[in-house]
Design a protein around this ligand. Structure first.
Ligand code: NAD
Length: 299
């Protein structure tokens, strides 16, 4: 019988732990974890993401500050805000909502955030720590950190002897995910657009993590019976069954058929998605503990 992971429930338990840790830090040191979220421009999807992050930060009892900048914000204005937030002792985490408008250089902005406040885990210093297996020293990118919570829930901390396939090699997800699985002793293959015969590689995998942005990419006959399948993809596809012009969100896995073969599977929506915000909150509380000179909780 295939187990379907309830991402909302797992995320809620992460949030409960974040909240307790934040309250304990406040009670013991007077320090309240603080997050600053920066959004530039008018993209409605980005505004929706930022609102849900700010709402969750409030629920966690954090100090939460939102900076909304106009579409025509100049590079040096945004850089000046990052500088100001880097120096603000009440802010432990800085999140720049991506993508930024096309005239801005996102890389330069992300790399200008102090690594210890980079709660998105995108600074080279944090990415480098993940690759070198220094997982307690930096901040881990939120979506791969969330997917690893699922992997650990199913397989435990030590993945010795297990084969993992990650489909996708983005800096945001595929590369850090592969590094985290490797750090947990899995034998890891990273597939991408130029990989030959992904289905054959997939049939060897005990753990498959798909982040390609391609609906129905992973089919049942790719999957080893009993494998754990984690679907990171988020694709907006038309859904005429819901009415004319309607859309729905689907992942990269042909869920109905793969669920017949996999041992454990994550749905879209309601799988990895809710974990991303939960791990952002976890990174903020970790950053605040470190700033206070305390050992942070593990998530
Ligand atoms: P990306 O577009 O930067 O990278 C996609 C990767 O998939 C590339 O490395 C590409 O080579 C590989 N790929 C594409 N088609 C392939 C194929 N047919 N076979 C093998 N490899 C293939 O994307 P990303 O930023 O890593 O995001 C991937 C997906 O995950 C997207 O759907 C995105 O929306 C989703 N995502 C979700 C979350 C979340 O749940 N919070 C976070 C990040 C990304």
């Amino acid at each position: 019988m295939t187990a379907v992971i309830d991402g909302k429930q797992v995320a809620a338990s992460v949030i409960a732990k974040v909240k307790n840790a934040g309250e304990a830090l406040l009670a013991e040191t007077g320090i309240r974890p603080g997050i600053a979220v920066v959004i530039v421009g008018n993209d409605p999807a980005s505004h929706a993401y930022v609102s849900s992050k700010a709402k969750m930060a409030n629920e966690c009892g954090f100090l939460s500050v939102k900076h909304e900048l106009p579409q025509d914000t100049a590079q040096d204005e945004l850089a000046a805000l990052v500088d100001e937030l880097n120096g603000d002792p009440l802010v432990h985490g800085i999140l720049i909502q991506l993508p930024l408008p096309a005239h801005l250089n996102s890389d330069a902005i992300v790399q200008a955030i102090l690594p210890e406040k980079d709660v998105d885990g995108l600074h080279f210093a944090n990415a480098g720590k993940v690759v070198t297996g220094n997982l307690d020293g930096g901040l881990i990118s939120c979506t791969p950190a969330g997917a690893m919570v699922f992997v650990r829930d199913v397989h435990g901390e030590d993945l010795s002897g297990l084969h993992a396939l990650v489909i996708g090699r983005s800096n945001l997800f595929g590369k850090p995910m592969s590094a985290l699985l490797l750090a947990a002793n899995a034998t890891v293959t990273t597939a991408h657009k130029s990989t030959r015969d992904v289905p054959s590689l997939c049939r060897l995998a005990d753990i498959v993590v798909v982040a390609a942005g391609h609906p129905d990419l992973l089919r049942a006959d790719w999957v080893k019976p009993g494998a754990t399948v984690i679907d990171v993809g988020i694709n907006r596809v038309s859904a005429p069954e819901r009415g004319e012009g309607k859309f729905k969100l689907v992942g990269d896995v042909a869920f109905e058929e793969v669920a017949q073969v996999a041992g454990v599977i994550t749905p879209v929506p309601g799988g990895v998605g809710p974990m991303t915000i939960a791990m952002l909150m976890a990174n903020t509380v970790i950053a605040a503990y470190r700033k206070a000179g305390r050992r942070p909780p593990k998530f």
